[in-house]
Design a protein around this ligand. Sequence first.
Ligand SMILES: Nc1nc2c(ncn2[C@@H]2O[C@H](COP(=O)(O)OP(=O)(O)O)[C@@H](O)[C@H]2O)c(=O)[nH]1
Ligand SMILES: [Mg+2]
Length: 277
Amino acid sequence: MRSGRFVLSLQHKDNDRLDMNKSDSIVIIPTYNERENIEKITRAVFALEKCFHILVIDDGSPDGTAAIVKGLMQDEFADRLFLLERKGKQGLGTAYIAGFKWGLAHGYDYIFEMDADFSHAPSDLPRLYSACADDGYDLAIGSRYVSGVNVVNWPMGRVLMSYFASKYVRFVTGFQVHDTTAGFKCYKRRVLETIDLDAIRFKGYAFQIEMKFTAYKCGFKIKEVPVIFVNRVEGVSKMNSGIFGEAFFGVMRLRWDGWFRKYPKPVDEKTEQTLTN
Ligand SMILES: Nc1nc2c(ncn2[C@@H]2O[C@H](COP(=O)(O)OP(=O)(O)O)[C@@H](O)[C@H]2O)c(=O)[nH]1
Ligand SMILES: [Mg+2]
């Protein structure tokens, strides 16, 4: 009888702990060779007052990034850190699509995109969350260019390219978002339920533009939340000229789509699920 009560109270404690680590939010972090950053960024997210879950999408990083994640899952964060491993580097866009589908299937209401390299400050996650959860926006964008240019330590060439890329996108598409290539975002689940994820074409920066443009064409409410973007201190950038070329021509393709494609209307917010895991 006594030992029965003991087991019961232990189970109770365990459930409390699991409850404490429940979340309506999943932060998707794509990684390719982020050994120096992945543990620190994971800890920084889990140190926030609000509980966020993390899904790492690793493309078979030769530097062993996935093994570090597995170690953290085993040791400390089994109930809030998750890992999707893919074979070989397949690009940011398809990594996020895989992550979006995983996030929807697991019942999360708010699905975030964030880089592993601290260019996106984990401490900005609550502001992106609040824009969607409290202020009623469907998509919140961590934006560098709401007023001026909030980029620290990027080589001038990259700052100019990124800034004018956003101007170029606005000019070609008529889409009034300042930071169109930003990859720091919070989506309400209904945005990702509405957009046909299998019809998203692009993989690099163009992917980021395409997701925002499609959300806008579907009629979702978008908020730019000002953030400061800091160049990575550790590891190396995976940006290359192919990604740039895709974005340059991809934007014209999006303009074309914008004229001729039929975009789905937002799904009813009432279909939103409340988190179960
Ligand atoms: N899974 C996956 N992650 C990627 C790939 N390319 C880049 N990343 C990750 O995407 C994020 C942004 O990439 P980064 O190289 O920092 O791009 P930059 O900030 O534009 O220089 C980082 O967390 C990278 O590790 C890829 O092909 N697959
Ligand atoms: Mg980066």
